[in-house]
Design a protein around this ligand. Structure first.
Ligand SMILES: [Fe+2]
Length: 135
């Protein structure tokens, strides 16, 4: 059971980042499946949040390094967006550790929506910048 399927309209035209975006969507699908499953337990959910948090941080830092290397003009603004998302995940993680019930399906949906909007808006901008530069 999935909440989101990869769609080619999400592609930023850079294989490295498309692959990482796909992986992030897989983690969110895992979180969703875990909620739906009867085997759902705090340890497993916590592991998923941790992998989402670690993988996101790694992915964001790779994007930011790439933007620096390419001289992307909107890098600072983009980094602020990344920071907001990291902040949200750690806020959820913090509440989750105190109260399992806090981690609701609504949060997984929020993260999914945020990520898709970010890919379609902010990431699409660096994608366009890169595409134009290569012409
Ligand atoms: Fe990004």
């Amino acid at each position: 059971m999935k909440i989101i399927e990869w769609d080619d309209t999400y592609s930023v035209g850079i294989d490295q980042f498309d692959g990482q975006h796909k992986h992030l969507l897989n983690i969110l699908n895992d979180a969703y499946a875990m909620f739906k499953s009867k085997e759902s337990d705090k340890g497993k959910l916590s592991a998923i949040i941790q992998s989402l948090s670690d993988y996101t941080a790694d992915h964001f830092s790779q994007e930011e390094a790439w933007m620096l290397e390419k001289g992307y003009p909107k890098r600072d603004e983009h980094i602020l967006e990344h920071g907001k998302f990291i902040g949200k995940i750690s806020e959820f993680d913090h509440h989750f550790r105190e109260d399992t019930a806090y981690l609701s399906m609504g949060i997984v949906m929020f993260l999914k929506d945020w990520l898709i909007q970010h890919i379609l808006k902010n990431d699409a901008e660096y994608s366009e910048f890169y595409r134009l530069r290569q012409q």
